[in-house]
Design a binder for this molecule. Sequence first.
Ligand code: HEM
Length: 116
Amino acid sequence: MENLRHLVLLFHLVGFAVLFGAWVVEAFGKHRITRFMNWGLALAGLAGLILAAPWGTDGDMNYMKIGIKLVVLIVIGALLGIGAGRQRKTGSVPPAIFWSIGVLTLTNAAIAVLWQ
Ligand code: HEM
């Protein structure tokens, strides 16, 4: 069970890497929203929800931390959706939306690692 939990954590981290990596590429590029960001978010979110259940671990779950991460993830998802819509209509993503996606993704990783 513990090994399986670690495997799900690996998928969770791959999701984070895909989302943040795709965003960094665009931060140094055209500031667009790409499908890799959506895939990364979906993978991180799905694996995160599976990890949110108390299985394969002896430690106590910090549900305050998990709840905040879930809210942040939903906000990132909304920004990806709104940003992609604006990109379709006007050809560009408003800077506030684009930068918030990266900052909030890093915030979620920071909450995960620094809040023990
Ligand atoms: C963009 C969104 C997210 C990012 C960037 C992210 C990032 C991370 C990172 C870097 C870790 C590893 C921390 C460590 O092992 O010390 C982690 C662990 C974890 N994440 Fe996330 N996360 C996100 C969304 C979520 C969501 C939505 C949930 C649940 C609803 C969640 C639940 C968890 C749990 C429970 C762990 C701990 C796993 C364990 O120790 O067994 N995450 N996350």
